[in-house]
Design a protein around this ligand. Structure first.
Ligand code: PLP
Length: 401
């Protein structure tokens, strides 16, 4: 196994042959849609299927009881991944619902202001618009710096006595840039603002340390770079913030009715969970987190980011191809357009040839003026199990068709 230095850390290289063996479809497909839904490694798919089979054979409640060790480890696995306490983690069925559970629980009132950035994910912005209409909160959209990332000086200037919350998307859905999450965390702490970080596209492809970043809330999904099952997600809420958050709805798992008509919320982040859930999905998502922890987040991140840089270089050398990624720091997401073909047409043509990508549309990030101007773009998102050979073949299919 090869080793190479990254800063002062020495990081093991990913065993590419092994992770491709663990991902059988990688032999048949060029799957550059890891930002949409990655391919599950066998360990994940097998965990889901084994649990479903157990439900078939012994019953759903009985299967859940038998899966307790894995279900319990879900919280420890995420605590290890994010550098937090297991009591700060909740299972939620999607990143959007996870983010919503925290957002709609914030103690906001008329006149309070929320700061966000041009790259914010549409669903988060829609929730802000709803609270603007419902409560009369204000929204301040911080512009980008020359690299397309949140402008930290502009953020500082936009903070007023009414500011309460900063909501940032770490890695946007529609662009290869990475926002400076930790620098924003320092600003949030300095001004006593609650900081929500949407890590949906960064978890599983970039190292995340919630203490180092300084966010109070972090949300993510299972199916993207974490390579978990669909219909799964998670929420991190810093313990000190938890007591200030009133969940938008509760059930008998999140709270307990008291004899004198009162009720008591759970003391941990699981107050944001529902009693009923996709148990096989929880088991599968736990397996996905254990899988990436075993490979090493630094290792997978180095490889994914390097492959994306190679892909951008290769595409940049092709006449008729434009790469649209911004950002001084970049992720595994590559956005591009062809001069003479609509993105949806290209995506369908590639899929028929065995290469998966997705199409980014302005509705995904309605505050981004660049995306609005662009209209739509192809999103080719690579991960650590992809290869240089796949990049060669992909570029050939893209421009050769
Ligand atoms: C995909 C995505 C989401 C939504 O995730 P779901 O699990 O589909 O709710 C949120 N934020 C970003 C940046 C995304 O790319």
């Amino acid at each position: 196994m090869g080793w190479h230095a990254t800063g002062t850390l020495r990081t093991a290289a990913v065993d590419v042959a092994r992770v491709r063996r663990d991902t059988p479809a990688s032999e048949r497909l060029i799957h550059f849609n890891n930002a949409g839904a990655s391919l599950m490694p066998n360990a994940v798919a097998d965990a889901v299927l084994a649990h479903l089979d157990m439900e078939r054979c012994i019953g759903g409640y009985e299967a859940e009881a038998a899966a307790q060790p894995a279900l319990n480890d879900f919280y420890d696995a995420f605590a290890a991944l994010l550098n937090c306490d297991r009591r700060e983690i909740a299972y939620v069925e999607s990143a959007t619902r996870a983010w919503d559970m925290a957002f709609y629980a914030l103690p906001l009132k008329a006149g309070d202001r929320i700061l966000t950035h041009e790259s914010e994910y549409a669903s988060n912005y829609l929730a802000m618009l709803q609270l603007a209409q419902r409560l009369g909160v204000g929204i301040d959209v911080v512009p980008s710096d020359g690299d397309g990332q949140i402008d930290l000086d502009a953020l500082q200037k936009a903070i007023s006595g009414e500011s309460r919350v900063i909501a940032l998307t770490h890695v946007p859905t529609h662009n290869g840039l990475v926002n400076p999450a930790a620098a924003v965390g320092r600003i949030a702490r300095e001004h006593g603002l609650i900081y929500l970080l949407d890590a949906c596209q960064s978890v599983g492809q970039l190292p995340l340390d919630v203490r180092g970043i300084g966010c109070h809330v972090l949300s993510g999904t299972g199916r993207k770079f974490l390579r978990g099952p669909r219909g799964t997600g998670f929420l991190y809420v810093e313990h000190s913030l938890l007591q200030m958050l009133d969940p938008p709805f509760i059930d008998l798992h999140a709270a307990r009715a008291l004899p004198a008509a009162g009720f008591e919320l759970r003391g941990d982040a699981r107050r944001f969970e529902s009693w009923e859930s996709y148990v096989a999905g929880r088991v599968g998502l736990r397996a996905a987190v254990r899988y990436v922890l075993e490979l090493g987040v630094e290792s997978v991140s180095n490889r994914a980011v390097a492959l994306a840089a190679t892909l951008r270089d290769r595409l940049g050398a092709e006449p008729g191809v434009t790469v649209h990624d911004r950002g001084a720091t970049r992720s595994g997401i590559v956005t591009l357009t062809l001069a003479d073909e609509e993105p949806t047409v290209t995506a369908a043509r590639l899929r028929a040839a065995g290469a998966n990508v997705s199409v980014t549309v302005p509705d995904a990030a309605p505050l981004d003026p660049h995306l609005r101007q662009l209209g739509a773009a192809l999103r080719a998102s690579v991960h650590y199990y992809n290869t240089d050979d796949e990049i060669d073949r992909f570029v050939g299919l893209l421009v050769g068709g």
